[in-house]
Ligand binder design. Structure first.
Ligand code: G
Ligand code: MN
Length: 280
């Protein structure tokens, strides 16, 4: 087992008993469709949305250790669609939200991730993107689901963290996920929305640095200083830092020299349908 994958921190939260998760609050997860919409429209929607669900597939991008000769320690699961009109995840999620089926799409993605976990090489984890809204879905907490049965291998990357502030019992929900065996990552730290407070809120095992900090880091004293502060803080806190969007050797070397232990990006491997590292 690698250093990164064996390092599930024994936080106090991990040892707590599972808490009971209340049903999702309708105001945050309800469909946009009005109750008066005809059943004919509903069945048309249903058929159309089934084809959306049928179009999705998962790509996997490697996360490697910079210090250990580029060994793959994990993959991030990234949703893709065979439908050209839904080519990016935001388009796919917008389409699902407008049909009132966002949670259904997220569940389908998690099911595919659970199926992929069994194909992973030994001691390699799977990072799965989870929107703050998904933390309101009772299905995410159902211990006998295929996804929860894979929990020890899965790191939940919390995205769209603005929504976390609306979830009053977020701490209990994160404790419940840890009790199920999941680890937590804060995604895109340094992107538009400030994420520092979500490190305190979520006490993650991993933090992912947004690719805007990675880009041309060797030539930027300010970026190097910021990342150096983050590597120090993360080392003190027992958090693994992952640099995203590493596109060339210069960025990989600079990040490694600053003490960043893990990297993801086109330089180390493109997203691919198989768990194979595709060198660029
Ligand atoms: O928000 P998140 O970090 O989950 O987004 C990952 C996205 O970034 C994916 O869509 C992936 O295809 C893309 N990506 C992965 N590696 C790189 C990279 O090295 N450069 C750029 N520009 N994009 C990348
Ligand atoms: Mn992500």
């Amino acid at each position: 087992m690698t250093a990164a994958t064996s390092s599930m921190r024994t936080s106090s939260s991990a040892t707590r008993a599972a808490v009971v998760i209340p049903a999702a609050r309708p105001a945050l997860v309800s469909s946009r469709r009005s109750a008066s919409q005809s059943s004919r429209n509903a069945s048309e929607d249903s058929a159309a949305f089934a084809s959306v669900l049928g179009s999705i597939w998962m790509a996997f991008q490697p996360i490697v250790s910079l210090g250990r000769g580029g060994a793959v320690v994990a993959y991030e699961a990234l949703v893709r669609s065979h439908d050209a009109a839904l080519s990016s995840p935001p388009k796919l999620f917008e389409r699902a939200a407008s049909a009132g089926r966002r949670l259904e799409l997220a569940r389908a993605i998690r099911e595919r991730c659970a199926a992929a976990v069994v194909e992973l090489p030994p001691a390699v984890s799977l990072f799965v993107n989870v929107d703050a809204l998904d933390l309101l879905d009772p299905e995410l907490f159902r211990p006998d689901s295929a996804f929860c049965r894979s929990a020890k291998t899965v790191v939940l990357e919390i995205t769209e963290r603005e929504g976390l502030e609306q979830i009053k019992d977020i701490t209990e929900r994160v404790h419940a996920l840890r009790a199920l065996g999941f680890r937590i990552a804060v995604d895109d730290l340094g992107a538009g929305y400030s994420g520092l407070s979500s490190i305190a809120l979520l006490e993650p095992e991993y933090v992912k640095l947004d690719m805007s900090l990675t880009r041309d880091i060797a030539a930027s004293p300010i970026k190097r200083r910021l990342v150096s502060s983050m590597t120090d803080a993360c080392r003190d806190l027992g958090i693994h830092l992952i640099a995203e969007g590493v596109e060339n050797e210069g960025e990989a070397r600079a990040l490694g020299a600053l003490g960043c232990d893990l990297a993801q990006g086109y330089y180390v491997g493109r997203p691919s349908a198989a768990f194979a590292r595709s060198e660029t």
